[in-house]
Design a protein around this ligand. Structure first.
Ligand SMILES: C[S@@+](CC[C@H](N)C(=O)[O-])C[C@H]1O[C@@H](n2cnc3c(N)ncnc32)[C@H](O)[C@@H]1O
Length: 243
């Protein structure tokens, strides 16, 4: 897969055999098809574009989505907190456009497996298309309601990003390996609190609720200071371990 980057840093996916058009001009299909990763090409308006190979974050930035997707700060922390690695087996629900499912697939590698449940057929189709386009083969999209049952066992991580996740914590327990993790993303503190209490009741250990705040810095002539704009809130992360 090839991507094109304009002078502003804006990214676009290239489809083989298709002409490219943007407000920075037109580039013929044959120029793009013959261009190699790292080449620079010019549009008819003499604007410069760079051809790059998208990594997973470039791809997620531009992939089709019909609902909100998890932010990198939250995805990164789930991976780090649970120690996910090559060969692990993951259950994920709901899939949405597939942002965290793609990250799970990327981290567990060819020896691992990701089973991602999405209740809505239209969302499941978009996620499947995104995953196929990224070219990763270890993710299975299941157009199923996870609350009707988790088909898999021997799972290392079950990640739930859906309403009332605590309704299935007992099923989650049964599907997890000893040492495996439950992780929940909850936009509301009430859902996070209930998740904590019910995880405790089911018998999970190492239960934690985390909120991550990310603030960039701006470098100005007068000095360096935090940016005045930041994401005020995304969600709470609840972690619990089967031991
Ligand atoms: C906020 S989106 C998920 C975003 C996604 N986790 C990501 O990586 O960006 C929540 C998704 O959960 C799905 N969903 C809600 N209840 C579900 C259920 N019981 N089983 C499977 N999917 C469900 C919704 O259709 C929606 O696509």
């Amino acid at each position: 897969m090839k991507m094109i980057l304009d002078e502003r840093g804006k990214k676009y996916v290239l489809k083989p055999g298709e002409e490219f058009q943007s407000d920075f001009g037109i580039i013929k299909a044959e120029i793009l098809d013959n261009a190699e990763i790292g080449d620079e090409v010019k549009s008819h308006l003499d604007r410069t574009f760079k051809i790059i190979k998208p990594n997973i974050n470039d791809f997620i930035d531009i992939m089709e989505r019909r609902c909100s997707i998890l932010l990198k700060k939250d995805i990164g922390y789930v991976l780090a907190h649970t120690g996910l690695g090559a060969g692990c087996r993951v259950v994920d629900a709901g899939t949405g456009a597939g942002a965290i499912a793609l990250n799970f697939g990327n981290v567990v590698g060819p020896e691992g497996r990701v089973f991602t449940y999405e209740i809505r057929q239209d969302f499941a189709e978009v996620a499947k298309k995104n995953i196929d386009n990224f070219g990763i083969e270890n993710i299975e999209v299941k157009n199923q309601n996870i609350k009707e049952g988790i088909d898999e066992d021997n799972i290392d991580l079950i990640f739930l990003d859906l309403p009332k996740p605590f309704e299935i914590f007992e099923e989650v327990w049964d599907s997890l390996n000893v040492g495996g993790w439950l992780a929940v993303y909850a936009p509301y503190i009430d859902q996070a609190k209930l998740s904590y209490r019910i995880a405790n009741k089911v018998g999970f250990y190492d239960i934690d609720i985390i909120e991550l705040l990310e603030r960039g810095l701006e470098i100005r002539q007068q000095g360096v200071r935090p940016k005045t704009r930041m994401v005020g809130h995304s969600g709470y992360l609840v972690f619990a371990r089967k031991l």
